[in-house]
Design a protein around this ligand. Structure first.
Ligand code: KE4
Length: 426
């Protein structure tokens, strides 16, 4: 009988680190990754048959839970009509129409097969549209694995201590200017130094890859003003926050309109999808209309489009996000109560169906603050929760994800497990 350990040993013989995405390797929490055999609703089962309440949700896409009948049927029906055409299909137009209707400044969309491609292409478009080379990103924000963006990045790059990846030529990395999230003066300083050289400011509007960090009041209004004044494009990377913190993403909550937006995760419903979009006058710089090239064999794949459309069918139902937010907030309140009962410096917060938990007394407001949490105590907490059947993202610097499939019993069980785990690490 296969075990997680035996499967991990087998995987490491043919897959680097035994995984196909670095952050899955449990290196930030230690121990053996769980090899998942199947998932359903709010649950995943590993190869040993152990059930977990799933707060990973595939790192965000599974907002309606796993194997939702409406999504699975759409995928099966699409599969019966062919898996990939490499030619336009009407579902691409339908999904793009749905996105344009939800994001008024988005007049044209381009689908890709990952959030990385979406962010990378939006970045290339900003450089092509402005004719400028430098970009501003924020320490701890993660935008996938394009070279220019793997400079002081978040997510696994941060967790593993390689925020600036090897293999990115210094000649390229020097054009990536790294500012501090929630610190407008750090952005203003770059615009003063390079008033005509900055193509864009790319930001996670609500940070999720240095754990969840909310924007300070006025932060995004300040970015908007600086970009407008200096002719740079403001790019909101909503790969994680789009259709997750609200139907209209973080920009619906914040009330600031970017020039370009990147999307992913939820709009694929678990299938490989990314997208970027913005005003026609900017987007039409993209091939085949303009000189900025981009392409992808499986972009707009019919199975992925079908999964995304079916997921949007469900999350666009009236009241979906109110209910999701309220229930996620109930979980968070229970976690904070558990910390108080245990007398442990631990806290949690949520934004719609996205949440963060921190081994520190109050939620962090900056990259520097999130670095002060007690990582060793988090690791012990993590494994106590995992052993108790609660699957959290395996890192102290990742957000976690709630779904419409999580029941009251799941919430209560998670709170009970947290009370035990926090008492044990007190
Ligand atoms: P993908 O290339 O992984 O589809 O998307 C990259 C990306 C871009 N922008 C944001 C804001 C993101 O959060 C991501 C991907 N998020 C990580 C989790 N923190 C994906 C998990 C992984 O790397 O395996």
């Amino acid at each position: 009988m296969s075990t997680n350990a035996s499967e991990f040993e087998r995987a490491r013989k043919v897959l680097v680190g035994g995984v196909n995405s670095a952050v899955r390797a449990f290196r930030a929490v230690g121990g053996t990754p769980r090899f998942i055999a199947r998932a359903e609703g709010a649950y995943m089962w590993d190869v040993e048959g152990k059930r977990y309440i799933d707060y990973l949700g595939s790192w965000g896409p599974m907002i309606v839970g796993q194997t939702h009948p409406h999504v699975v049927k759409a995928v099966k029906d699409a599969a019966d009509r062919g898996l990939s055409y490499g030619a336009p299909n009407v579902m691409e137009s339908e999904l793009a129409e749905r996105i344009c209707a939800l994001f008024p400044q988005v007049e044209r969309v381009r689908f890709t097969s990952s959030g990385t491609e979406a962010a990378m292409s939006a970045l290339r478009l900003a450089r092509g549209f402005t004719g400028r080379t430098k970009i501003v990103k924020f320490e701890g924000c993660y935008h996938g694995t394009a070279d220019s963006l793997l400079v002081k990045a978040g997510s696994g790059a941060l967790a593993f201590g390689t925020p600036s990846s090897a293999g990115v030529p210094e000649d390229l990395a020097r054009h990536t200017l790294v500012a501090q999230f929630n610190d407008l003066p750090s952005v203003d300083a770059f615009f003063r130094e390079y008033p005509k050289d900055i193509a864009c400011v790319m930001v996670e509007p609500i940070a999720g890859n240095m754990n969840l960090i909310r924007p300070a009041p006025g932060f995004h209004e300040g970015l908007r003003k600086l970009c407008t004044e200096h002719g740079a494009l403001l790019i909101f990377d909503e790969v994680m926050t789009g259709f997750r913190v609200a139907l209209g993403g973080a920009q619906e909550i914040i009330g600031v309109t970017p020039d370009l937006s990147a999307f992913g995760k939820v709009i694929g419903g678990g299938m490989p999808v990314g997208a970027f979009g913005g005003p026609a006058k900017v987007m039409e710089m993209m091939a085949p209309l303009g000189p900025v090239y981009q392409a992808g064999t499986l972009s707009g794949n019919p199975i992925a489009m079908a999964a995304g459309l079916a997921t949007l069918d469900l999350i666009q139902k009236p009241g979906f996000f109110d209910t999701l937010s309220d229930r996620c907030a109930r979980l968070v309140a229970g976690l904070n109560d558990a910390a108080r009962r245990a007398g442990v410096p631990f806290c949690a917060q949520s934004a719609g169906g996205m949440a963060g938990m921190y081994m520190m007394a109050t939620p962090p407001a900056s990259f520097a603050q999130v670095q002060t949490q007690d990582v060793e105590r988090f690791k012990r907490f993590y494994h106590l929760m995992l052993d108790d059947g609660i699957y959290l993202p395996p890192s102290p610097v990742e957000a976690f994800f709630f779904s419409s499939a999580h029941s009251d019993e799941d919430i209560d069980a998670t709170i009970a497990a947290a009370r035990k785990a926090l008492a044990a690490v007190a």
